[in-house]
Design a protein around this ligand. Structure first.
Ligand code: C2E
Ligand code: MG
Ligand code: MG
Ligand code: MG
Length: 285
């Protein structure tokens, strides 16, 4: 009985799984034309200094305005784009468009304390030979200094990375581009390994922020965050926290020594004009 039940499981049709596969297939084949037609757009989420509440920059988060399915988040299509290699031209477009936006912010607020831009990189972009030159060209064409850019790479993409993989990141870092380790704390990386990586920012994963929700927060989590922050600072790395949804979390993370925060408490990702408003309010008091 058990055996036949087990056998049946594989024969049973799963209409939902079929529908998902069909959608995936449809989205995958639609990706290249979508890029040509300009169906992608970018939302920006502010990065806020925990000490004084000022807006320091924003993370670029890509979306797809699909003609039938409406707005799709990156989790729906980035994995598909990675699978087909379209992530390389798509990622280049995201970089170009966000740097153009950074340039516009710069023109609006002057270059004294310019808003910086964070852009996510997928592992496939890291291994693409054009990464460094493309980035240099895009920055030069826009007239934006490399230190206005921060590239975010997930911790898991760099686990066990050999020197070949790190070389382009190292070259970008030498030019003044910041490299952030995204979703830090989820990848079980060896902390001592951090010294080897050309990173200047740790982005603490949302799961840590979530555990600051209860009051008092879990004492073990507090200790862990405290330890990460002190290690990061001793290695000259800045700490950004993601997923801050409440004022209590922000306060807790500020006390723990985190430098910068990002999350719905400050602003959801939105159109670039929203950042104009936030930064303007900030600049005028
Ligand atoms: P990520 O880089 O860790 O980005 C943070 C994600 O957390 C974003 O999801 C953001 O909307 C969400 N978030 C921000 N604040 C809060 C909060 O307070 N609470 C909660 N619950 N969520 C918050 P999103 O926009 O769906 O992006 C998901 C992931 O997709 C990103 O995670 C990033 O890894 C990837 N991604 C986004 N844009 C790009 C891109 O241009 N290129 C590549 N390669 N990946 C991208
Ligand atoms: Mg990110
Ligand atoms: Mg992140
Ligand atoms: Mg994350």
């Amino acid at each position: 009985r058990a055996k036949s039940a087990g056998g049946n499981r594989f024969e049973l049709a799963d209409p939902e799984a079929d529908a998902r596969a069909i959608t995936r297939h449809g989205l995958t084949t639609a990706l290249p034309a979508a890029l040509d037609r300009g169906e992608f757009f970018i939302e920006y989420q502010p990065l806020v200094h925990l000490g004084d509440g000022s807006v320091r920059g924003a993370e670029a988060l890509v979306r797809w305005l699909h003609p039938q399915h409406g707005v799709l988040g990156p989790d729906r299509f980035i994995p598909l784009a990675e699978h087909t290699g379209l992530i390389v031209p798509l990622g280049r477009w995201v970089l170009e468009e966000s740097i153009r936006q950074a340039r516009e912010w710069r023109e609006r607020y002057g270059a004294a304390d310019p808003l910086r831009i964070n852009v996510n990189l997928s592992p496939c972009q890291l291994t693409h030979p054009g990464l460094v030159q493309d980035t240099v060209d895009i920055l030069e064409r826009a007239g934006v200094a490399p230190d206005a850019l921060c590239l975010e790479v997930t911790e898991s993409a760099l686990i066990g990375a050999d020197d070949d993989l790190l070389k382009p990141l190292r070259r970008l870092a030498e030019m003044g581009v910041d490299i952030a380790l995204d979703d830090f704390g989820t990848g079980y990386s060896n902390l001592a390994n951090l010294r080897r990586l050309p990173v200047s920012v740790l982005k603490l994963d949302r799961s840590f922020t979530q555990s600051m929700q209860q009051f008092p927060a879990d004492p073990v989590d507090l200790k862990i965050v405290e330890g990460i922050v002190s290690l990061a600072h001793s290695l000259d790395l800045a700490v950004t926290v993601e997923g801050v949804e409440t004022g209590a979390q922000a306060e807790q993370l500020r006390i723990l020594g985190c430098d910068t925060a990002q999350g719905w408490y400050y602003a959801r990702p939105g159109p670039p004009e929203r950042l104009h408003d936030l930064a303007l309010v900030d600049a005028t008091g």
